[in-house]
Design a protein. Sequence first.
Length: 103
Amino acid sequence: MKYVFVHWKHDIPEEASYLWYEIADDNFQNRTLEFYTDGSVGFAIRGGALDGSEDIEVGGTRNSTEGFPDLAEINSDSQFEPRKSRRLTLSAGGVRHLHRGFE
């Protein structure tokens, strides 16, 4: 498992500005958190990561159907600022608190 945090520097209010990914050993996203400038948060959980069921998608967030790019590829676009992260275990309140720390 690996974890990646990305700051997407843009002026598009309907797009997330901060993204957190849990990447499985098969290089596909298990979990995704998207933080928006209006304070809203979306998330997606890969069904197979839990019990093989359908993916869970909230707030318009979806996991990609393609393998996750490496950090060098993401970093090659100046609007993205990626970095390795660590595992997050958050309640809904914890997600709101974490988002406030980005402002």
